[in-house]
Design a binder for this molecule. Structure first.
Ligand code: UDP
Length: 249
């Protein structure tokens, strides 16, 4: 029993990851679409795990996610080094793509919340070019005045999207979702980080070579040198992984 349990999810520095491959993550999402309560999907990478170590409240929020997928080669490497048995990396942007495909087939609706002004609009345009059958029922940038918070929630609930994609960066997006999940009308809310920028075309996803070799993070540093300080969390994470005896805690 204990073995089976450890196979279903693993912990890295106290952050719980569902031990799913991409297909299984997709199946869980489909299950969420059939339930009445809003379900949450988070996609921690090493940078986010490092933030969770420093911020226990954020760690609790991540651990209360209904589906938490390992987005980042560092997480998979940590599992390999410590024999935790994580199946594979499941990039959030790839699960999002499967979710959009599903919405297109089933005629479901989405709401895009986050990114700089016009990013959600531009992302919506490109999403609709590829998936003309889904409905983008609402959009809101992520640089709003705090006083607009309630209006945003009202707008989301008025539009009643099946899926709410929140791109405010971590930990803001997870904190927002967690704080509002009981108030949101919808099936799924997912934190998607920079994915709207990729859909908008303002940021390019790494070519397949970088994705396959686990060097997507390296490509991002070259393309966005301003991220270099943020990326330092990756070597810090790996050093911590190597120096820690029991990384589950
Ligand atoms: N963002 C936002 N509001 C904020 C802070 C960030 O909408 O107050 C957006 C930002 O414009 C970007 C996204 O959040 O589109 C996530 O950015 P980040 O680079 O942190 O995510 P990652 O690329 O690591 O997934």
């Amino acid at each position: 029993m204990a073995l089976e349990k450890s196979m279903q999810n693993i912990k890295i520095f106290g952050v719980r990851f569902d031990n799913v491959d991409k297909d299984e993550a997709y199946k869980r999402f489909i299950g969420f679409m059939e339930e009445s309560r809003l379900k949450t999907i988070y996609t921690p990478n090493p940078e986010i795990v490092m933030k969770a170590i420093e911020n226990p409240a954020f760690k609790v929020i991540l651990n209360e996610g209904d589906l938490v997928i390992p987005d980042g080669i560092g997480v998979v490497l940590a599992s390999k080094i410590h024999h935790l048995g994580l199946r594979e990396r499941v990039p959030g942007i790839e699960l999002m793509e499967l979710m959009l495909e599903y919405c297109n087939r089933a005629g479901k609706s989405i709401y895009l919340f986050g990114g700089k002004p016009n990013v959600a609009e531009s992302a919506a345009k490109h999403i609709l070019e590829k998936y003309p059958n889904l409905k983008v029922v609402g959009m809101q940038d992520g640089y709003y005045d705090k006083t607009k918070e309630l209006k945003i929630l009202d707008d989301i609930n008025e539009k009643k999207p099946d899926i709410l994609f929140v791109a405010l960066g971590a930990p803001k997006q997870e904190t927002w979702i967690h704080g509002h999940k009981k108030l949101i009308n919808g099936s799924v809310a997912m934190g998607v980080g920079g994915a709207l920028d990729v859909w908008a075309g303002t940021v390019k996803r790494a070519p397949v070579f970088f994705q396959k070799t686990g060097l997507e993070w390296f490509y991002r540093v070259i393309k966005q040198p301003t991220r270099v300080m943020r990326m330092l969390s990756l070597p810090k994470f790996m050093i911590k992984v190597l120096l820690t005896r029991h990384i589950e805690d």
